[in-house]
Design a protein around this ligand. Structure first.
Ligand SMILES: [Zn+2]
Length: 239
């Protein structure tokens, strides 16, 4: 058990807080059950409340980065028959960028996650995200790029050196190359500029989906791009 768990009486609410959403739900004045939304309901969070919950979770991860004991059996049971994830994350497969951890220890049933190297949106990922937003009712999509992304480094090499990549890796990073071309010669770090530009372009691509744009227009959904810092653990939201 970690220090935080030792410091407080572990009633159900504090365990849920450690699982990621309880503290956010409490601070937002929301009923815990409506947030977990088992029993077939959709998340009660608005897009802005979901974004605030992710920011709060990441701040917790940065300030108190320790793996907490979660009541995983209870959490599993709560959502075994239905799910109502309150945020969708399109993230990189990078082993250092697990959304459930970097957003403060988020438990089963909370995040709907699609990951691939370079956090791109192909047909499978687009369908996954549309399903999460339209069918499961998640109010927020975060495209989460990260510092020193290997897929972005590869795309930058293609853009500057015409590097040939083996197998399916070349076609996989190809959608990142236009972002790298756009960032060539710009001030600052080429790879990091491309990480940011690619995440923003992916968010724009998602926003062009008729299903998702309809939800955005109805203020039921927000789509944002972000960058995760491998060094300090902070998630920065990109304008
Ligand atoms: Zn990556």
């Amino acid at each position: 058990m970690c220090n935080r768990c030792d410091e407080r009486a572990i009633d159900r609410r504090s365990l849920l807080a450690l699982a990621g959403f309880g503290a956010a739900a409490a601070s937002l004045g929301l009923d815990v059950r409506s947030v977990v939304a088992a029993e077939g309901k959709k998340s009660a969070l608005t897009p802005d409340q979901a974004l605030a919950a992710l920011k709060e979770g990441n701040a917790r991860y940065v300030s108190s980065p320790q793996a907490c004991v979660m009541d995983l059996a209870k959490r599993r049971a709560d959502v075994a028959t239905s799910q109502a994830p309150w945020a969708i994350i399109v993230g990189c497969s990078d082993s250092r960028a697990a959304p459930e951890l970097l957003f403060g220890g988020v438990g089963p049933g909370e995040l709907f996650v699609a990951r691939n190297a370079g956090n791109m949106v192909d047909t499978a990922t687009m369908g996954t995200v549309e399903y999460g937003a339209e069918h499961l009712g998640s109010p927020l999509i975060v495209v989460l790029g990260h510092e020193r992304c290997g897929a972005v480094v590869a795309a930058c090499d293609v853009a500057t050196k015409n590097t040939k990549l083996p197998g399916s890796i070349g076609p996989m990073v190809k959608p990142i190359v236009p972002a790298a071309m756009a960032m060539k010669g710009k001030p600052g770090d080429f790879v990091d500029n491309t990480v940011r530009e690619s995440a923003k372009r992916t968010a724009a691509r998602l926003a062009a989906s008729p299903i998702l744009s309809h939800l955005v227009k109805g203020e039921k959904l927000k789509i944002v791009a972000a960058r995760y810092d491998l060094d300090d653990g902070k998630v920065e939201y990109l304008a």
